[in-house]
Design a protein around this ligand. Sequence first.
Ligand code: CP3
Length: 351
Amino acid sequence: MIENDRFLRALRRQPVDRTPVWMMRQAGRYLPEYRASRAKAGDFMSLCRNPELCCEVTLQPIERYGLDAAILFSDILTIPDAMGLGLRFVEGEGPVFDRPVRDAHAIEALGVPDPETELRYVMDAVRAIRGALGHRLPLIGFAGSPWTLATYMVEGGGGSDFTRIRRMGYDEPVALDNLVAKLAAAVSLYLEAQVRAGADALMIFDTWGGVLAPVEYLQFSLEPMARIVEHLKRVAPEVPVILFTKNGGQHLEAMAETGCDALGVDWTTDLGNARARVGSKVALQGNLDPAWLLARPERIETAVARVLASYGPGPGHVFNLGHGILQQTPPEHAAAMIEAVRALSPEYHKT
Ligand code: CP3
């Protein structure tokens, strides 16, 4: 049993003493101790491939803030890298693939990586973190959604307007269906292996689902995520699964139908409105605008109060940012947010 199980209880919509809190990208460049570990590793992928350093950086925000969950330190692009696309992180440019996937033939040739061999370094990191955490805190494992992975694989990197892959969806829908189906199989095995290695909860990051028209969202993003949830509920029914489509506010009802346990909500959707639409079906995680953490710390408490009030009383809320913490965030501002959640949230859990 996990000693601090607030996060797992909230995902199951069970009563808690206060709202649990963690932050997307909580281990990252805004922390000086992360920058020191990354310098030791040399570069980002070398850090991801070193289980001991992964463990060290995973624990840094836990030690600094006392959060209610740890998240595996890794990246969503480990799967396409293991598929042979040749991942590099270019300073100031983000991820780049040397061999992007541009046609049906290239998609046909892709294999589904075996998590315990080709992605062994990730599973070793999960085992190392589990060992270091003991039973103190839950550990979140994660993967990218098939659609989000496909955007990087087809475009060859990030930061574009996704015209190549959107065109593929219109010109060659069968090819794109094959790509996301193959990725759904890969993500299913990868997340299942993370559970075997010691993850207590799982999150699927669909960072770019929100760029699709509704019909294509259902086809290329939600449907493959639903297949992953179905797989996980068969092999590990006790492990809560969180789905997060950034800018997916209009799709929350459809997302809740997948059988997942919780939905990540970004700051462009009102949390109270989201709860009214899906609240008895799933828990909700979010949704403070990460830019709030650039504001003066004395202002941050009012923002936290608003998010808590918007969700309202009762269980089923995990406090988080609406997307990853920004690199330029002063670490003390994150502390002010966490402090405010601790101080203000017990009020919402009195029976
Ligand atoms: O939340 C956590 O603390 C766990 C670690 C984590 C990272 N990436 C570490 C990371 C998680 C969950 C991710 C997911 C991820 N990676 C997503 C989905 C979530 C999201 O933010 O929308 C995406 C789209 C990626 C792909 C990716 N990896 C990008 C676009 C970048 C930024 C590139 C850049 O140079 O700005 C990365 C690199 C990355 N992943 C960093 C970290 C801490 C920064 C790398 C560094 O140290 O230079």
